[in-house]
Unconditional design. Sequence first.
Length: 295
Amino acid sequence: MDLRRLRYFVAVAEARSLGKAAERLRMAQPPLSVQIRKLEAEIGAPLFRRGTRGMDLTEAGQALLARASEALALASDGAEAARAVAAGTRGRLSVGYMFVLANAMLPRLIPELRRSAPGVDLDFAELSASTREARLLDRSVTIALCMPGIHHPEVQVARIGAQPLVLATPIRSPLARLSSVPMARLHGRPLIALPPPEQDPASSAVAALLRRHQIVMPIAGRVETVHSAMSLVLAGEGLAIVPACAKLGAPQGIAFRPLRDATDSIDVTVCWRRDAHSPLIRTFLKCAEKAVARM
């Protein structure tokens, strides 16, 4: 049913006069009368009868008025909702994040998102190095906070910051007594390693750092998350080279020390599918940039 014709009908019903309704609608009376007759023909019943006080609704007209008003209100709400979604102030956003960034980013990011897009429903999902690409590609998350970025032809990556690499060592280790650890002191020590990037294992930031300094660290174990790496470091199974933000939420008993003569860092990124065009992505990206600037 034509919403414009319903709007004309409601105007006549409320004004109880074709002339007054036409004036309110800013149109001539004859075409308004034509539209009302077409609506009656479409329904197959008269909607008005002329009374002493103007145009009165028939029973059919009364039945239509309540539903017509509701339909117009729903159409208006729908248009407003569509505009809000297009503007990135309303909708739903599923956010994936890697554990290493949780304590550093989420307490800053979530309030920023709530302020910038209060009408957006937010879902959060923890990602690991082995699940992040699949979760993004199958659309179970819309956007992902990653370190480093996901290298895949279907994934768009925006770098929003970087974290320096530091050494995680048991606090009882002699290395923990140093203000910074020379790279040469790492040679031959066991390494608790995280999974390398999906497409190019040789490009791992830690592997590149060790290779450039000609340091060999036998891998004592490879784990999915920084949290797991910290547990093995605490157990004395080896050392870990991790982003500095891993300090937040780390268990007691682990010392974090900068690496001497090494300024290597790892990128903090926002990743999303290239074919995702939600304006909420732009909103998220701006909020994430503000959050990472305060890390």
